[in-house]
Design a protein around this ligand. Sequence first.
Ligand code: SF4
Length: 486
Amino acid sequence: MRKKNFSVKSTTRPERVFLKTSETGLRDKCGIFGIYGKGVDVARISFFGLYSLQHRGQEGAGITVTNGKNLKSVKGLGLVSSVFNEEKINSLKGFAAIGHTRYSTTGGNKLCNVQPVVLNLKDEDFALAHNGNIINAMDLAREIPLNIKLSSTSDTEIMGWIIKNYEGRNWEDKILASFNKFQGAFSMISLTKNKIIAFRDTFGFRPLVLGQLNDSYVVCSETCALDTVGAKFIREVAPGEIIVIDEKGVHTVGKVQSIKKRFCLFEFVYLARPDSIFDKQLVHQVRQRSGEILAHESPIGADMVVAVPDSGTSAAIGYSKASGIPYGEVLIKNRYIGRTFIQPEQNIREMGVRIKFNPLKEIVKGKRIIIVDDSIVRGTTIKKIVKMLKNCGAKKVHIRVCSPPVTDPCYFGIDTPDKKQLIASHMKSKEIRKFIGADSLAYLSLKGLKKASRIKSNKLCDSCFTGKYPMPVKGGFRKDVFETIV
Ligand code: SF4
């Protein structure tokens, strides 16, 4: 396979422009879902699949279906339940669908960036739902002829045009031919008028699983979505694998050699739902084991162990089990909060964390409490929690973190803030303890976290804890810091 020659070669050709924007918090993990099944309400099933992947992205959602002739999409800003209603689901008729839930980029919370991205082409439309981040997206954008007007600011659209402009008998040939052009993380589900094509980068940073629902096939980010729609888990899509789902079933059409596997360790810490399974490991059990290991590594006397819900819950149960200190609920989470587009007034904003968590004051008073959290990124939320519990009369507040210090940004699909905003990049544990106002602070060791995962150490990505990346990332594209590509 070879790339089609683009017409403009002059070194003085005008270039695409990239406008930098401000940094974001930790987000942009994205959930993807696809189903192929004749005689099945694929849009409705996709809706429920996306519903169970809501935790991976809460600012926009979309579903694209094919009826064999055209692709049709419904997309919108907000939660899955607010984007879709009965009428919209009923308008999506077809036999295959792909869907996406997303977090936005800063200033990029616009409808044009909601996926699936659809390339409207003369011969055949092509849709893409992407979980990940393409590091060399800006270089690739410069290869796209300027007469092609990009309709979004996303690396996914760039990827789509690069694939489109490769030669090949069909879309899967083009994907295989262009595969090594893309540096970074991509678990991808694409849709043409008659098939789904799913593929995963050779490192396997982000998850992608395959399941079966009667005569239909499902491919999605996490096994919890398979459970929700009643599908049976078949296997994970292997790093570097390209699969097609069409009227003949599921078949592997390409395999790009995976030299280094690097599954994201953070999926176990925070990103995935506890009821999902990766590499035969139930996320809840990995978190529970990490709490147990942390209790052995950093014991402390206290009256109760509590979690920062929900991602700290499984680990807190493990810490309690291993330490013998009773587990209890203290922070009551507002589970309906989602992400609001209504900016709070300054006086409400100062309530800060209370909008999300309300403490059980009567239980906290006079107690020595161990708070178990999944990670500390900037340190601002945990600082507010400590202050809130002390104001409620807690005698001691000890913080136990079920991951190592996050010292470096992620380039593989998680929009961690820039390095300077990561508290552990410039403060030692002692200083962080002081900053957050806790009586003690301890992190789980990297060795302990990897042990809890029961996955071979060299098959895991740990770059945000070590600063050692499995590929060059200097000057790389992170979609959180670029708002506009024109
Ligand atoms: S850098 Fe961190 S968050 Fe990103 S893929 Fe690696 S382990 Fe996951």
